[in-house]
Design a protein around this ligand. Sequence first.
Ligand code: NAD
Ligand code: UDX
Length: 459
Amino acid sequence: MAKFKKNILCIGAGYVGGPTMAVIAAKCPDYKVTVVDINKDRIKAWKTDNLPIYEPGLLEIVKKARGKNLFFSTDVEKEIKENEIIFVSVNTPTKTFGEGAGKAADLQYWEKTARNILKNSESDKIIIEKSTLPVRTAEAMERILNSGEKKIHFEVLSSPEFLAEGTAIKDLLNPDRVLVGSRETPGGIKARNEIVEIYANWIPKEKILTTNVWSSELSKLVANAFLAQRISSINAISALCEKTEADVDEISRAIGHDSRIGAKFLRPSIGFGGSCFKKDILNLSYIAESYGLHEVAEYWQNVIKLNDYQAARFVKNMLKSMFNTVAGKKIALFGFAFKANTGDTRETPALAVTKMLLEERAEIIITDPKALHEAKRDLADIKKGVTLEEDVYKAAKGSHAIAIMTEWDSYKTLDYEKIYKSMEKPAFIFDGRNILNHKKLYDIGFNVYPIGKTPLSHL
Ligand code: NAD
Ligand code: UDX
């Protein structure tokens, strides 16, 4: 057996654990990296070329390291025993029951992991929080770990993950920064240096930021809250643009050129989705509330309120422009993933739009290049009114309207003349991502409704 400098374990083989560990393994060939999960199907898929998640560049990087220094296993207990550095990237969704339901983070998976680590450890360990957690969770983790009778020392660190889905590999290979939060004790600093040493294999030292544990935990929630806030801000302005003949894309460009504001995350949309933004803002707001900071809690709540408003506004606009009724009309939704280049549909605004259109008794056809499997699961409870269609042209055929839900590149270069001919007239396009050439579509004959711009209508 090959001799490795260190053994690293990651508990949780999801969107974060899998890609993160694949990159660590590829960049640190002298470390043995093992990823474990209680989900047997997921682990089975990580061992094949049909990975459990779609992420550009992931398969190549997994193949580079798998079987050499990257391993996947369901034997969580054995691996805890054998590894001295343990990253934890289990899911931390919004709580759906009891105290804090709908707001607080559900820490049951997290706590089970902590107890499992305690039960199966026979030597000192460094535990790194990779999951996104409420500030001061490390304290609870330390209490659980140090409640045992064994004389083992656990050093708990925070190193949250900032990757975005669809660009995970790029983000991991070249991050803006990584954070390593630790206690300022000799044990904490020693553990911190060990983690910094791993990242330093490919990340420049000045991008590895060390902080105290609480700043690290809270920075992750704050980063997501700030990013989501930018989207809600530009979406709020998109509503005003539609009333005033200002153009939201021109505004994004104008304000994005201000170096104090910056150009990123100013794309108007039907709203942000994904497993992180809503959950983390709810969590941030709940934490503020629990410290009695009501105004702070409300301030962040409004970012979510605006996001819900944007999707509802989009559907209202569809209804109004289609003569106040969509009952019995076929509407093709182009895209179901919460963003392009992922098959993930968690918190996708497309689901909210689908449900609102179904309330209006529209017939929905959903197409997506990567997310139809997930869409089928999300829509399992809906018995009538929704069809899934792989072929985008077939999805559009006979429809009264197309609504762009996801900014897939492939939607920009479709044969819209052919699509137009196959649709009911008048034909409508609602571009929920502002990715299409609106003037060209208008010239073909479509009635075009972008976000935050004056519609181009023949009616
Ligand atoms: P995920 O649901 O895709 O993966 C979590 C995995 O943990 C699942 O496969 C689950 O089976 C496993 N798990 C749960 N309990 C376990 C246990 N006791 N033992 C072993 N395995 C267990 O979630 P994800 O998207 O990878 O997110 C993980 C964490 O990272 C969350 O806290 C999330 O907020 C954070 N995060 C996510 C992203 C993202 O883009 N998805 C980005 C940054 C941070
Ligand atoms: C986000 C954070 O970006 C990442 O740092 C964190 O680790 C996890 O949460 P993710 O949710 O994967 O990543 O994707 P992201 O690119 O942030 O997009 C989130 C949502 O916002 C998507 O629905 C996207 O379409 C939308 N979005 C993004 C906009 O509507 N406008 C923008 O300008 C940018």
